[in-house]
Design a protein around this ligand. Sequence first.
Ligand SMILES: *[C@@H]1O[C@H](CO)[C@@H](O)[C@H](O)[C@H]1NC(C)=O
Ligand SMILES: *[C@@H]1O[C@H](CO)[C@@H](O)[C@H](O)[C@H]1NC(C)=O
Ligand SMILES: *[C@@H]1O[C@H](CO)[C@@H](O)[C@H](O)[C@H]1NC(C)=O
Ligand SMILES: *[C@@H]1O[C@H](CO)[C@@H](O)[C@H](O)[C@H]1NC(C)=O
Ligand SMILES: *[C@@H]1O[C@H](CO)[C@@H](O)[C@H](O)[C@H]1NC(C)=O
Length: 433
Amino acid sequence: MQLSVGFLLALLATASARRVVPMTIHRQIAPEGLPVRRRGTLRPTLQEDLGNNMTVGAYFAEVEVGSPPQKMTLHIDTGSTDVWLLSKSADLCTLTVLQSLYGKCKDTFDRSASSSYETLSLNSFEIQYMDGTGASGDYFTDHVNVGGLNVSEVQMGLAKKATSSWGMLGIGYNTNSVAKEIYPSIVDQMYNQGLIGIKAYSLYLNDLEATTGTILFGGIDTEKFTGTLKSIPILRDEDYGTITHFNVSLTSLSTTSDVSGTSENFVPSSSVPVILDSGTTYTYLPRQVTAPLFARLNAVDKSLSASNPIVFVDCALLDTDPNLYIEYQFAGPDGPKIKVSIADIIFNDIQSYVDSGALLTPSLPFPKSRTCSLGILTSESGDVHLLGDTFLRSAYVVYDLSNDQVALAQSYMNATRSNVVEIARNASGRWVA
Ligand SMILES: *[C@@H]1O[C@H](CO)[C@@H](O)[C@H](O)[C@H]1NC(C)=O
Ligand SMILES: *[C@@H]1O[C@H](CO)[C@@H](O)[C@H](O)[C@H]1NC(C)=O
Ligand SMILES: *[C@@H]1O[C@H](CO)[C@@H](O)[C@H](O)[C@H]1NC(C)=O
Ligand SMILES: *[C@@H]1O[C@H](CO)[C@@H](O)[C@H](O)[C@H]1NC(C)=O
Ligand SMILES: *[C@@H]1O[C@H](CO)[C@@H](O)[C@H](O)[C@H]1NC(C)=O
């Protein structure tokens, strides 16, 4: 848990002087009947009857909006930037026919019950996610209480129409908002209002078996990772000439195992740009990487199946090769390395569908009675590549929008201790890990 040289921290004694906003996050299985959020694809999502059990959960945070405050449970998304809420009168929240398709509304916002609600522009909010879900309505501002702190004048969308049964806490770059003009994001507002000393936050999703993790705005918890936090630059979006996503360079991916040894690097000669996206459940990598990886894991790739995109893998791997890890490295041979245990990415969640014949199963190189699914899939050619929760649970990640860098260290899962420090900056405004 050491911090490398040059990493600037202010270890401040009193909590009141510490400009860190902590928030507990919860992993929740999607409500019944909901398809999994699979942002890496524009193809149809899983059939609904499968949706329920295929889900390994998404991460949610509780905030309070308006005066008096209304409690909202929102999906945390580093891959998008707009914060939006479901209106109490949204079509999805009032029509059962829509609820049978997309699920019941989780929390809804009653604008007329908030004295601080201010409409910004009617019908100008419209967002579409890569999994096909979306929302549209008005832009408004109101106060948002995050982790006990009052962030005022936060611009948000109020969904009057939605195909997602929960609202979103988008915490990406403000250049990635769907609004016609760039506006200050909720993270910008926390910084502008002096609640945090830097536009940066750390995300600790924790173990797959754990139900809570944390997000720390403006801070780092040095007890939640092992080794050194190493920072790497964020890559520019070529289409916009600016940074829009947490896009980083994956330079190596290999497997290590005490049974079968270490594999070669599966990343082609150059590197692969990948986006760190907490709003995506799985990980999506290009075929050049997944083909040799899946061959190594004896997995059968049906990622591009229109109805049920699944990578089939032998559940027995968990017993025969329990210390098999996938090792990701970023930004070259000196960059941060993150090991992901196969125990965290092999899911025993499709067997009943295989048994009942509900899932068309390809011919498999292992007994049908041992069918598991893998949390890494092949991205469609031309699509972006995403490191979703099946990567992010293994990493402690500091997303630093002030300095356009991301710092990564191996997550210390199930950590029970905590040591929160504010991320501070030196005179030239830099912190470097
Ligand atoms: C949040 O701050 C605003 C002023 O910026 C204030 O009007 C409002 O009452 C505060 N809300 C809460 C819940 O403290
Ligand atoms: C974390 O705790 C859960 C639940 O007790 C356990 O299943 C899991 O193996 C633990 N993970 C690690 C990495 O120790
Ligand atoms: C990610 O980085 C690559 C390589 O620099 C770039 O071509 C691409 O446009 C970037 N994508 C996004 C969404 O930022
Ligand atoms: C889906 O999961 C629920 C509980 O998690 C279980 O009771 C049910 O049998 C599962 N359905 C199938 C088809 O596996
Ligand atoms: C701030 O930190 C950076 C990185 O360690 C260093 O290069 C720079 O010289 C420092 N600036 C000042 C004014 O201390």
